[in-house]
Design a protein around this ligand. Sequence first.
Ligand code: PRP
Ligand code: URA
Length: 209
Amino acid sequence: MSNVHVFDHPLIQHKLSFIRDVNTSSKDFRQLTNEVGMLMGYELTRDLPLEDVEVVTPVEKTTCKRLSGKKIVFVPILRAGLGMVDGLMALLPAARVGHVGLYRDPETLQPHEYFVKIPNEPEKRQFIVVDPMLATGGSAIAAIDSLKQRGVTDIKFMCLIAAPEGVEALQNAHPDVDIFIAGFDSHLNDHGYIVPGLGDAGDRIFGTK
Ligand code: PRP
Ligand code: URA
């Protein structure tokens, strides 16, 4: 069964409180989502492998550590996942970015895929799927299904806020995928929204309704 990590870092919790606030503007919401994305990315990449490299400093030759191993690909689930990508890319500017476009039907809550584009040689890369919200889990499960169908084998999932229903569904569907969360909320309401949540993430990021 996949591991679930809830980040309790004070900076993440502090910023999340403003993200949840109904009075936070789209501009501030976008900035904060990217900031939390970067902080989560920092924690999530804690176990990336390193290798020794020789470096000549202005003083002498020495041995340093540099990242080794699989190349990272961030995959935002469109649209709302885009709101965390800039923050993550600030951490790892050489990372690739794939995209999975999905929208959730407001009546059935079922995800509908409309776009997928990922880098070549997916089996050689580590994929980090990014979406602010894990509600029923349908979108995350469908996005990961789609990546696996294209040959992706190494996947982590990160979100700002998750409902227990979504975490359970994602764990059951993809037990190999570890889940990283900033806020683990109470439940879903009758419209499939996370309670207390933050409302509609895509609308708040892009100022739509
Ligand atoms: C939201 C959110 C997730 C999904 C979560 O996207 O960004 O992708 O809902 O819900 P689920 O876990 O029940 O599938 P939405 O479908 O509203 O699309 P958008 O990002 O384009 O606004
Ligand atoms: N999608 C959102 O944007 N918010 C929720 O609470 C649930 C799904």
